[in-house]
Design a binder for this molecule. Structure first.
Ligand SMILES: [Zn+2]
Length: 281
């Protein structure tokens, strides 16, 4: 496996100071997959995203991830290496190289691994699924996950994996405010924790001089992955409008739609075709 491939760092060469919504990212890497030994599980194989574009000769496109309505939800759907490749060719790398914890180990890391991508996608998928249950007030489903044990409440994530939500050491101030058996509040506490955990170090916040030497605020996601988590947080707070399609029940991001979009365009077309065919008979 070639490890000398230079990964671009989109973060470094964007000159203008920006706020979150102006966040720009690079795409057009022309990626392909290359198999190689896993960095996480010794003896296992993994696949890696490598780009054939090198140096300045290539002209990757710059775009605004926060204005891409399908980006967050598409990312949450990634389940295979070919899904990852398709997403990367559409939206670019996740930008692990810009993660603070990784900067000092940069020499140890090469191209982005499919295993890491899929684990991040599963995290977004999980958090959005909990959010959806909260939004839909699905207490029956939430009750299967959030379980009270004496004065403590835990999230049971299956396979024996349980996460503490509140007890006399953690989220204690919420205990007297919850009735025993309440699952909605624990679900919200859990959701907030999961999102905040991913938002640590997610953005650079500060001020910079612009071209006429005026101070301008910057608040920019460090990479595409953290940008996606900021979009998840916007979904939870309602800044981003996400709702299930009335036809297929899959989530859709309608933030950029002025009208009250009720279903995917593809679902509404299918519905009209069905009605039309019905009339023909
Ligand atoms: Zn639909």
């Amino acid at each position: 496996m070639e490890t000398r491939i230079q990964l671009r760092t989109p973060h470094d060469d964007v000159e203008a100071p920006v706020i979150v919504n102006d966040f720009t990212w690079r795409r057009g890497g022309n990626f392909r997959m290359e198999a190689g030994p896993s960095r996480h599980v010794p003896g296992n194989m993994d696949e890696f995203l490598v780009t054939t574009n090198r140096g300045e000769s290539s002209a990757p496109g710059v775009y605004k991830p926060f204005e891409e309505p399908d980006l967050m939800l598409d990312f949450a759907k990634l389940k295979t290496a070919s899904d990852v490749l398709q997403f990367a060719n559409k939206f670019g790398e996740l930008g692990f190289d810009n993660e603070t914890w990784r900067l000092q180990y940069r020499h140890l890391y090469g191209p982005e691994s499919v295993m890491e991508w899929l684990s991040e996608a599963a995290g977004v998928r999980h958090v959005l699924s909990i959010w959806e249950l909260i939004e839909g007030n699905d207490t029956a489903a939430l009750r299967r996950i959030f379980q009270w044990d004496g004065d403590a409440v835990l999230a049971n994530l299956g396979h024996g994996h349980r996460v503490l939500v509140a007890n006399w050491h953690h989220n204690t101030e919420w205990l007297p405010r919850m009735k025993k058996g309440d699952v909605l509040t624990p679900a919200k506490l859990y959701l907030a924790f999961q999102i905040n955990y991913r938002l640590k170090g997610a953005a650079d916040v500060g001020i910079r001089l612009d071209s006429v030497r005026k101070f301008r605020p910057i608040s920019r996601p460090v990479n595409l992955l953290r940008g996606i988590w900021i979009m998840v947080s916007e979904t939870a707070t309602g800044i981003r409008k996400v709702r299930p399609c009335e036809k297929c029940r899959e989530l859709m991001d309608v933030t950029t739609h002025r009208s009250h979009k009720q279903m995917h365009s593809r679902c509404s077309l299918r519905e009209r075709m069905r009605k039309y065919r019905g009339k023909q008979k």
